[in-house]
Design a protein around this ligand. Structure first.
Ligand code: ZN
Length: 191
C-alpha cells in the first residue's frame, strides 16, 4: 500500500511543515499516484533579506520513508532563466541533485525531517543562484563557471565518493543512491 494511505498522519505532518515554510502551497497526488507538495521558497540572506523566491515541487517515493529514500525535488520556476548544464546539479527533468541520498545525513523516519530537507534545499538554491550568475558571466568571457563550495562528482563517481565518506555500507543496507533497493541488489556490483 502507498505510504500516505498507510500513514495519513505523516502526510498531514509533511503538509503542515511545507505550508509553514512555503507560500502558495499546494498538495496533490500526481499522475503516478505519488504524493506531491509544491510551493514557493523564499531565498533569504543570513540577515533575512529576500533575494527571490523559487517554486519547487517535492515528489515522495511510494514507500516513504522506507530505506530512507528521500522525496525528489524539482525546480518549477526559473526554467526560462537557469540552465541545466553538467555542473549545475540540475538533471534533465529539472530534478535537483541535492545529495547522494544515503549521504544526506537526514533520517526521513523522523517526522520533522522535512524541516531539515528544506534547510538543505535552501542552501542548495542559494548556491545555484550564484552558480547560474557565474555561468552567465562565463558564457560571455569564455571562462569555466565553478560551483560555489564543495560538491560531488556526477553519476557513479559521486556515489563512490559518498560511500567513501560514509565509511562502511553493508550488503543489506539501503543503497546510498536512494533507489530503495538493498546495496547488494543495486550499486554494489556497478562499483
Ligand atoms: Zn544504487
Amino acid at each position: 500500500m502507498v505510504w500516505y494511505k498507510e500513514n495519513p498522519q505523516r502526510l498531514l505532518r509533511e503538509q503542515q511543515i511545507a505550508s509553514e515554510l512555503l507560500t502558495a502551497f499546494e498538495s496533490s497526488i500526481d499522475g503516478n499516484g505519488n504524493a506531491s507538495l509544491c510551493g514557493d521558497l523564499e531565498l533569504c540572506s543570513e540577515h533575512g533579506h529576500v533575494y527571490e523566491s523559487v517554486r519547487i515541487r517535492l515528489v515522495y517515493p511510494s514507500r516513504f520513508p522506507a530505506r530512507n529514500q528521500p522525496p525528489s525535488v524539482y525546480l518549477e520556476s526559473h526554467r526560462d532563466r537557469w540552465k541545466k548544464v553538467a555542473n549545475s546539479h540540475i538533471e534533465s527533468d529539472w530534478k535537483l541533485c541535492l545529495f547522494v541520498p544515503g549521504d544526506s545525513g537526514i533520517a526521513f523516519a523522523d517526522d520533522d525531517s522535512l524541516r531539515k530537507l528544506f534547510g538543505v534545499i535552501h542552501t542548495f538554491l542559494l548556491k545555484e543562484r550564484i552558480y547560474q550568475r557565474r555561468l552567465a558571466k562565463a558564457q560571455r568571457t569564455g571562462e569555466i563557471a565553478e560551483w560555489p563550495g564543495p560538491d560531488r562528482s556526477h553519476g557513479l563517481e559521486g556515489i563512490r565518493e559518498a560511500i567513501r565518506d560514509m565509511g562502511r555500507v553493508g550488503r543489506n543496507d539501503p543503497c546510498p543512491c536512494g533507489s530503495g533497493l538493498k546495496f547488494k541488489k543495486c550499486h554494489l556490483g556497478k562499483l
